[in-house]
Design a protein around this ligand. Structure first.
Ligand code: G3H
Length: 256
């Protein structure tokens, strides 16, 4: 019955937060690997959490991804409730599916909240030189400065190799990632199972040093296949919260 289910999940949450050494873990029923529908529940839980966190004048940085997308979708339009809040993409454009980019999700979240927003419209595969000169633009500088001081960071956790392939990284880099045993990806950083960064994608946005200073973080990831990635990226979340599904949670416990 429902009470039993909720109690069971609370136990599971305690277990998983202990294993991951994370302050707060929220687990929703189901396994996103089996049915994409469960991502919606992760999104709903993350949306509820976000709305309980936002304070006047906050800056929110958000990444892309299909799970973060579900969080944005779960929020009902709130009029101008948060008109002194700023929403920013945590990274410049990444990947090809425009609807899941952090820029798109930042503007959608801002619209839902009635908040202000700024975008980082930077093409994905710029040469180092072009990227360096774009970064110097005052407009971009201003946005990056704001991103670095975000109060709340919302991000998806991906599988390193899947994300690298999606982003069209070269075979040389894919090989490198395999050799380094990269398992997780978040905001353009690739992590090995111990949480060390083994590769950084060439894009602009939030830096690891900034992340350490952000007081509130919400990570979202679901499915058995994300367990290893969640574990590897977990150290970023000591003071944060990860919202996952039972599929991911049970696998994290199985491998502990
Ligand atoms: O960086 C990680 C990805 O944003 C995760 O994307 O939620 O679509 O699996 P996903």
């Amino acid at each position: 019955d429902l009470m039993y289910e909720i109690k069971g999940l609370t136990e599971l949450e305690k277990k998983v937060s202990k294993i991951l050494n994370i302050n707060k873990v929220i687990i929703v029923p189901g396994n996103s690997d089996e049915n994409d529908m469960f991502k919606k529940d992760i999104g709903k839980a993350a949306a509820r959490l976000l709305l309980s966190m936002i304070r006047p004048g906050n800056t929110i940085a958000i990444t892309g991804g299909s799970t973060v997308n579900q969080m944005v979708k779960a929020i009902q339009p709130l009029g101008s409730t948060y008109d002194d809040v700023f929403v920013l993409p945590a990274r410049g454009s990444v990947g090809h599916r425009v609807e899941y980019q952090s820029n798109t999700l930042a503007s959608e979240l801002a619209q839902k909240l009635g908040a202000k927003y700024k975008l980082l419209n930077i093409p994905d595969h710029l040469s180092k030189k072009s990227l360096e000169s774009i970064i110097k633009e005052p407009e971009i500088q201003d946005t990056l400065e704001k991103v670095s001081k975000a109060d709340i960071l919302i991000f998806g956790i991906g599988n390193a190799l899947k994300m690298a392939e999606k982003r069209g990284l070269s075979e040389t880099i894919l090989d490198f990632l395999r050799r380094k045993e990269a398992v997780a990806e978040a905001f353009g950083y690739y992590f090995d199972p111990s949480g060390n960064i083994v590769y950084t994608s060439r894009s602009v946005g939030i830096k690891l040093d900034d992340i350490k200073k952000i007081p509130y973080m919400i990570a979202v990831a679901g499915g058995t296949s994300k367990a290893q990635a969640i574990k590897a990226a977990g150290h970023l979340l000591k003071h944060g919260c990860v919202v996952m599904d039972e599929g991911a949670a049970n696998e994290i416990i199985r491998c502990a």
